[in-house]
Design a protein around this ligand. Structure first.
Ligand code: M1P
Length: 256
């Protein structure tokens, strides 16, 4: 039985969306067309976002004309659901550092910073490790790069496999930490305890009684950060190829 909070929705379904390259272009604002389609969809069923990014970045991207994202969606999940909102209210959150402990974190971050210092790549900017609530995000280019610099790095990485090689070294060196290294975006990868991938968000919704939980994402292949939730038996997965494709598929799947 679905909560009475959703009694105004004729369909007892929940649709969850990845953010970068699903609802918006990577790190770009949402378009009016997407906002309007999501509003129409929300009249029929519950909707939510589940992004790998932190809440501030997701808000910047999804807020439309100053709107509050946790009110625009029934469920809002940042950092894979480690930061969570339901009907505008925060749910319990998780802490990466509490899980790992300072003693184990320090050798990890030291190794990462040394490895990046030794990387010979065309350019480097700043913020190579972003410390978040439920994960760390590691970028050899640095998080405060411009859009053009991000695009250049992504193309360079596609050719040279820098991030994949970096992740392989970390997986071997810190095998006993039981961490997941997930390449979800263009210039970085996320590091979090095993199981804290996007299926973590499902813990917050699986008891809501929805008849179907749909998930739309672009990185649905093995190793991508949408893979686990896309293939989870609790969801019906839809693989998309950017926001225009998401719009097309929403219309097709839900007949709106
Ligand atoms: O949402 C996907 C990823 O988006 C960003 O990645 P990048 O800056 O590499 O494009 C990051 O916020 C990352 O944590 C997130 O998984």
């Amino acid at each position: 039985m679905v909560s009475s909070d959703f009694s105004d929705r004729p369909l007892k379904k929940l649709v969850l969306f990845d953010v970068d390259d699903t609802l918006t272009l990577p790190r770009q604002p949402v378009t009016p067309e997407m906002v309007s389609l999501l509003k129409d969809l929300r009249k029929k069923m519950a909707i939510g976002f589940v992004g790998g990014s932190n809440f501030v970045k997701i808000s910047e991207q999804l807020s439309f004309k100053g709107s509050n994202v946790v009110e625009d969606f029934d469920f809002g999940f940042a950092e894979n659901g480690l930061i969570a909102y339901r009907m505008g209210k925060p749910l319990e959150s998780q802490s990466f550092i509490k899980f790992l402990g300072e003693e184990r974190y320090k050798p990890l971050v030291n190794f990462i910073l040394h490895y990046i210092a030794d990387m010979d790549i065309p350019i480097k900017r700043g913020t190579f490790v972003e410390f978040r609530n439920g994960m760390i995000n590691v970028s050899p280019l640095g998080r405060n790069a411009t859009i053009a610099e991000r695009n250049e790095f992504e193309a360079y990485d596609k050719k040279h496999g820098l991030r994949a090689a970096f992740v392989k070294v970390l997986q071997e060196k810190f095998a006993d930490y039981d961490l997941t290294f997930s390449i979800g975006g263009m210039i970085s990868f996320d590091v979090f305890p095993r199981g804290w991938d996007k299926t973590y968000a499902l813990k917050h919704v699986e008891h809501e009684g929805f008849e179907e939980i749909h998930f739309f994402g672009d990185k649905t292949y093995k190793g991508g950060n949408d893979y686990e939730i896309f293939t989870d038996p609790r969801t019906i997965g839809h693989s998309v190829n950017g926001p225009d494709d998401t719009i097309r598929k929403i219309k097709e799947v839900f007949q709106i």
